[in-house]
Structure formats: structure tokens, C-alpha cells
Design a binder for this molecule. Structure first.
Ligand code: GCV
Length: 730
């Protein structure tokens, strides 16, 4: 192809900024670099060399060729041995004599780590990408391409990296009928109906994207599971996906529904101590491994939100989990047993219940069981403290579950970067073994020497062309992978890498967009649930505000259960005079969080019920501060939207417009959250609005009538449909 001069391209509206882009390529965009940059890199990327020919080596080669030829806009030679200076040589000591002879320090890198080095071999300068396994090398190849995408120097490389967490998994809450519980990006990408005969080519791009950020496993279906997925027909379908993902180092996992022996096995019971049931699961495991030899294992939601479990037979969670563990152990599989458990009877503060259930079972689980704990003790709220289970189960492998899909954070239409939220969590000190006992050190296994380590993210991926429902939600998928690889990685570095790979490295764009992302989660907290409030969303859909809701199926699904707002004040008392949830944490947190004066203000109402006139650090009474936070949230979204409009010259039209439209929605919603919350809390506090504060435009009654019956992600559409309220202007 002939290259047209840049000016001519600009005249045709075809410069990099203007080219339409639907976001399908995610952060793996290998669009040509500007000429001077490409010229800088070209001498160090003349050919891709490897003698390895495994399925993984083949995809590594293909990715390097695709990436380098795209970025450098030139043909890149491929060979089995080095012919010219500037070769990119990849492999392991087993499949490359050159790499073996280099005696590289691969010992510390484990099975998935990699090393990237500039070296001189036979008088020729080259770049070596090496690892102990083909998959480690593939990760190294993605890192090498990222160096070029992010405009790093590549002439004197000496990079070594290995994942700190062993199992880095996506959890899809996808149903077999292609709907997605809490999915906001279309329907499921796993087309079970067409499998195993047809595997969508999109599955390869899914695997590429995951491998590029180090994700090495995927749970294909919803934890609210159907037993059907364990039937022969569906195992064959799952096997077709496993075959497609395998070259990319990605294992397939399934959800095991506890009652499957009854539902698909014809047994009368699913009691985990019944010999027939145990035998059934052993056979089932053997059958699965027949179809999927490297099957990863089971994820199980038991005795939680109506799912069956060992409690139905008077057995403990450990007895239940160990039954599966025994069935999987001969094959090397693991059981991820979810700790998201709270009782039907609501006997105690809901946030205490998982700890109460699992702490006494510490040490009773088999070595191939991992307790899968949500980040906070409640449910993926905009802000919660870390779950008290982190640090409390030294004798039980304990893994982390975060939610990439933004069930409680404005779905795909609110721009909220979750890297900062996860960094806050992972950096939180549990004090389990004194200062420095961070959640990161618990889950990477270094604190208690766990045999299995795991970090799972509830996926935000769907059939939308842009995968995640918005461009900026791709950053959350990306950040999850990066943090699972290194839980101590920094959110700002991750955000900036993502912006560079996804958009541009131009500082005029990079700086403001990274800043916008970094502030976005705190902004959402401000307009939704400031000062430690939680679960104030309307029930079912969890989209808009509903602080007044007191009619949900059970008390602890109600926002009023959490805000406890009354004439005397607001907040849930969890100090010694209340539910004493603080006692589940290690000292000094149990003491610091026991009193409002020493509780950080961003968790104040989570831990304490305080009077409306409680004096805040700002000097304002609590009521004024609360109102101020809502206003701040709205102002920040306005500023984000305005900032984005300034950035039009640096973005293609399609991604610019989508993001601008969504920011308009976010502006609307932030106002609604602010207005509805202030209207409700004012009706309870009876206090006047602080001077200069704008009155909500409608009466409380108006907001109370709002519903979002068709909000996506609720499974069957329209769980509860009412005609929309008639607007009454104030
Ligand atoms: C998959 C919350 C969500 C449910 C989800 C559950 C869980 O309650 O609203 O949709 O169910 O968490 O994590 O199991």
C-alpha cells in the first residue's frame, strides 16, 4: 500500500484521531505509530524468531507478528533462527539452544513468569523473551508489545516478572440462555446453543485479551447455576471452549450446583456425607476430565440467597466443600467455595454473618479448597471496609472476589475506574500479624503460606462490540488482570498504561484522562453513598437511588436497614454498643473503628449511628457535610463531562461520542441520586438545607415512585413493572 502524506490523510478525515473505532480491539490496538517513533523501534524488531511449535508458541508468534507489523507498519520476517540484528527471539531453554546457552536467571520465575533481555548473540543485537514454559513466554510477548505501545525504550531491556497470585480468574455470571446476571454489555459471548460445532472466532479474541493481562482461568457460568452444565451434552460444549482457550494458558472452570445429584443424577439426596452422593461427584469429576483434561475445578455458591448447600442436610460448609475437593483432587482440580453467605433468619447484622460462619471452620477445609471472599463484608458497594475474613483464616486458603461489572456503580453508563477501589482494598492493613499485614499479602499467600492463591473478578464482558458496554469499562477488566498478577501494582500506573494502549500517549490526553479516571470512584461514592453509607440503591436492579426502601423480600435487602436514618441521626451502629461488628477485626482496627471520633470519615456511617449535628473535621455538622458531599459528586461529574469535551481532538469520533453520551447520562443520574437522597434524608432529619444549597426539584413522593423495571442485568426482564410516575414540578 502506498502511504499518503499525513496532510492528505487529515484532509480525508483519516488521521489516527478521527478514524472510527468501535472499541473491539480493546487495549490490543496495534495501529501504526507515528513515523519517527516507528523508525526508532524498527531496528529492534526486524524479525520474530523461534524454533518452538506448540499451540502456545504458535499464538505467541502470531501475536508478535501482528503487533509489530501493525505498530511499525512494516512486514516483519519470521524464522526459526536469527538472521539479522534486531531479531525478537522467544522461547524456553528446552526449545531454544540460544536461550539455553544464555543461562538466563529463570529459576525464580516459576511456571508463568518471563524475562525480557537485550542481548548480543553471534555479534547481533537481539531481544530475548524467555520463560520456563510457553505460556510464560506468551505473557512476555504481550509485555514486549506493551513496551512499544506505551513508547518505552526497548534497546537495553532487563525485565523479569512473575505473577504473585496463582489463579487469576474471571467469573462470568452468564446463564445458559445467554442472559447475564448483572451484565450490562449485551448478552453472553458464550454461545452455548451453537457449541460445540461452532466456536465463535470471538472466543480467540477473548482469550487473547485475557492472556495479555495474565488472566489464566474462566468460570463460564453463573454462580446461581443450572445443573444442566454438568450433563454430557454441555460438557462437550465446555470442552470446545477449553480447547480454544488452552493455547492462551486459560483453563475452564464450572459452577457445581449442590443439588445436581438429584436434578441430573436421579439420586434422592445431595447430602455430602452420603456415600452414593460422594461417588456420584467422583464419577462426575472423572467424566469432566475425560472431556477437559486440564479442567480447573468448581466454583460453588451454597446456602446463599436460596441456593442449595450442605446446610440443607445439617452439614457444614467444610463438609460440603471437602466432598468436591476429594472428587477433584486426583485430577489436580480446586474448589472455590464462596463465603457470600448470610442466613435466611437474619439473626444478626448481615455483614457479620460470613465471618461467624467461616471463622470457626478455619483449618477444616482440604488443601485444594479456596474460600472465595468478596472484597467487603456486604456486597460490592461503592465503598466498604475490607471483609473481616481477610487475615482471620490462616489455615484456609483464602482468595478474593471483586466485581468488575458495576452492579452498584452505575452499570456501564457511569464512568467509574475501579483500580483505585481495588488498590484501597489490597493496601488495607488487616493487622492479622501486626502492621503491614495487607489484604494483598493475605491473598498472595505470603502471609500464611497458602498452598493455593486466587483472585477472581466478576466479569463485565458481553456481546457488545466493545465487550464491556463502554470504553472506560474496559479499563476495569484490564485493571483486574494487572492487579491479579501483582496485587501491589499501582492504580495510576495501570490507568495510564491502559490510556496509552487504548487511546494515545499524547500527554495532552493522557494526563487529564488518567486524572479523570483516578478521581472517578470517589466521585461516584460522593453522589451515591457518601461518608460510609451503603446499599442505598433501589432493590432488584440496583441502579438508581432508593434510600427510603423498606419493603424488600427480607429486612437486610432494604436500604433503610443500612442507613438507619431517624430523627436522632444516621448510620449503622457497629461499635460495642451496636452490632459490634468491629470486634471481628484485629486490633488496633477493632478499637479505632469502635468510636466515631477515631473512625475515618469515609466509613463513619458504616460503623456508627451519629447525630445529624455531629461535628465533622471540616467544621461542618454532619447534615451539612452529607449534603455537601452529594453536591460535590454532582460538580465532579459535570467537570468530568466538560473535560471530556475538551479532548475531542485526540479521540476517534465513535469512542468520543459514546463516552460523551454516557457522561451525559451520568450527569443526569448523579443529580437524581443527589436530589432523591437529600429529599429523603431531609424528610427524616427535618433540618433545613444549608445556606445556598439548591432544593431538590421534586417532592420526595416523586422520587419514591421511580422504578427501573427494565434495568439490564436482572435476568428475565421487568421483574416488577409499574407505570412511570407523573412528573410533579415543585
Ligand atoms: C449472582 C448479589 C447480586 C446477585 C448475585 C449475588 C452473589 O446479591 O445482586 O445478583 O448473584 O450477589 O454474589 O451471589
Amino acid at each position: 500500500m502506498k502511504f499518503l502524506p499525513l496532510l492528505a490523510l487529515a484532509a480525508l478525515g483519516l488521521t489516527a484521531a478521527a478514524r472510527a473505532d468501535d472499541g473491539y480491539d480493546l487495549w490490543l490496538r496495534y495501529h501504526p505509530l507515528e513515523k519517527p517513533l516507528a523508525a526508532r523501534y524498527a531496528p529492534a524488531a526486524t524479525e520474530v524468531v523461534s524454533a518452538a511449535h506448540s499451540a502456545t508458541a504458535d499464538v505467541t508468534r502470531a501475536e508478535l507478528v501482528k503487533g509489530l507489523s501493525g505498530l511499525l507498519a512494516k512486514k516483519v520476517a519470521v524464522g526459526e533462527s536469527v538472521h539479522q540484528a534486531g531479531a525478537v527471539l522467544f522461547g524456553t531453554p528446552e526449545n531454544s539452544a540460544t536461550i539455553k546457552n544464555l543461562n538466563l536467571p529463570l529459576g525464580q520465575l516459576g511456571p508463568e513468569g518471563y524475562l525480557i533481555r537485550s542481548a548480543v548473540v553471534g555479534g547481533k543485537k537481539l531481544t530475548v523473551i524467555a520463560g520456563n514454559s510457553d505460556v510464560g513466554v506468551l505473557y512476555g510477548a504481550y509485555r514486549f508489545l506493551k513496551l512499544i505501545q506505551t513508547h518505552e525504550a526497548i534497546d537495553k531491556l532487563d525485565i523479569a516478572s512473575a505473577p504473585k497470585v496463582k489463579l487469576r480468574l474471571l467469573n462470568h455470571w452468564d446463564n445458559l440462555d445467554a442472559t447475564i446476571e448483572r451484565g450490562y454489555a449485551g448478552s453472553s459471548i458464550f454461545k452455548w446453543w451453537e457449541l460445540p460445532e461452532h466456536v465463535s472466532p470471538r472466543m480467540v479474541d477473548y482469550a487473547r485479551a485475557n492472556a495479555s493481562i495474565g488472566i489464566n482461568g474462566t468460570v463460564l457460568i453463573n454462580v446461581n447455576a443450572s445443573s444442566l452444565v454438568l450433563t454430557q451434552e454441555y460438557l462437550q460444549k465446555a470442552a470446545a471452549l477449553a480447547d480454544t482457550f488452552r493455547p492462551y494458558g486459560i483453563k475452564v472452570y464450572l459452577v457445581a450446583r449442590f443439588s445436581a445429584p438429584i436434578e441430573i443424577g436421579g439420586l434422592k439426596t445431595a447430602d455430602p456425607l452420603d456415600p452414593q452422593v460422594r461417588e456420584w461427584w467422583k464419577h462426575k469429576a472423572d467424566e469432566i476430565y475425560h472431556y477437559i483434561p486440564d479442567f480447573g475445578g468448581f466454583l460453588i455458591k451454597a446456602n446463599s440467597e436460596g441456593q442449595p448447600g450442605p446446610g440443607d442436610y445439617g452439614r457444614t460448609h467444610a463438609e460440603g466443600a471437602n466432598m468436591f475437593a476429594e472428587a477433584l483432587a486426583p485430577h489436580g482440580g480446586v474448589v472455590m467455595w464462596r463465603a457470600f453467605v448470610y442466613s435466611h433468619e437474619v439473626p444478626d447484622d448481615r455483614i457479620k454473618q460470613a465471618y461467624n460462619e467461616f471463622k470457626p471452620l478455619d483449618g477444616k477445609f482440604l488443601p485444594n479448597v479456596i474460600l472465595q471472599v468478596k472484597n467487603g463484608p456486604l456486597d460490592f458497594q461503592p465503598r466498604e471496609p475490607f471483609s473481616a475474613l481477610f487475615g482471620a483464616t490462616p489455615a484456609t486458603n483464602t482468595g478474593l472476589e471483586v466485581q468488575i461489572t458495576k452492579e452498584y456503580l452505575g452499570f456501564n453508563t457511569h464512568l467509574v475506574y475501579l483500580g483505585t477501589m481495588w488498590q484501597e482494598l489490597l493496601g488495607s492493613d488487616t493487622f492479622a500479624k501486626g502492621p503491614g499485614s495487607t489484604v494483598a499479602k493475605v491473598i498472595d499467600g505470603s502471609m500464611f503460606g497458602y498452598k493455593q492463591t486466587m483472585m477472581a473478578g466478576v466479569s463485565n464482558i458481553g456481546s457488545d462490540r466493545n465487550w464491556s458496554g463502554s470504553i472506560f469499562d474496559q479499563a476495569n477488566w484490564y485493571a483486574f488482570g494487572r492487579l491479579a498478577w501483582d496485587p501491589e501494582a499501582k492504580a495510576d500506573v495501570i490507568a495510564s498504561d491502559w490510556v496509552k494502549q487504548t487511546f494515545t500517549s499524547n500527554p495532552a490526553f493522557l494526563k487529564p484522562v488518567t486524572a479523570l479516571m483516578m478521581g472517578s470512584r470517589e466521585t461516584a461514592v460522593d453522589y451515591m453513598t457518601p461518608l460510609g453509607l451503603a446499599h442505598q440503591m433501589g432493590t432488584s436492579g440496583h441502579y438508581g437511588p432508593g434510600p427510603w426502601v423498606d419493603s424488600a423480600g427480607r429486612a437486610d435487602w432494604n436500604p433503610v436497614y443500612y442507613n438507619r436514618a431517624d430523627k436522632s441521626g444516621i448510620g449503622f451502629e457497629r461499635g460495642p454498643s451496636g452490632s459490634n461488628a468491629v470486634a471481628q477485626y484485629f486490633p488496633p482496627l477493632s478499637t479505632i473503628w469502635a468510636k466515631p471520633e477515631t473512625t475515618p470519615e469515609n466509613l463513619l456511617l458504616w460503623f456508627h449511628h451519629v447525630p445529624w449535628n455531629y461535628a465533622m473535621k471540616s467544621g461542618r455538622p454532619l447534615w451539612d457535610e452529607l449534603v455537601g458531599r452529594y453536591d460535590q459528586g454532582v460538580a465532579n461529574v459535570d467537570a468530568m463531562a466538560a473535560e471530556w469535551l475538551n479532548l475531542k481532538p485526540y479521540v476517534d469520533d465513535e469512542r468520543f461520542a459514546l463516552t460523551a453520551d454516557y457522561l451525559t447520562i451520568q450527569k443526569r443520574d448523579a443529580r437524581l441520586w443527589r436530589d432523591a437522597s437529600i429529599a429523603y434524608f431531609q424528610s427524616v432529619s427535618g433540618l433545613p438545607l444549608p445556606a445556598g444549597v439548591k432544593k431538590p426539584p421534586h417532592s420526595l413522593g416523586f422520587y419514591e415512585q421511580l422504578e427501573w423495571p427494565y434495568a439490564p442485568g436482572q435476568g428475565a426482564p421487568g421483574r416488577k413493572i409499574k407505570p412511570p410516575p407523573v412528573e410533579v414540578a415543585q
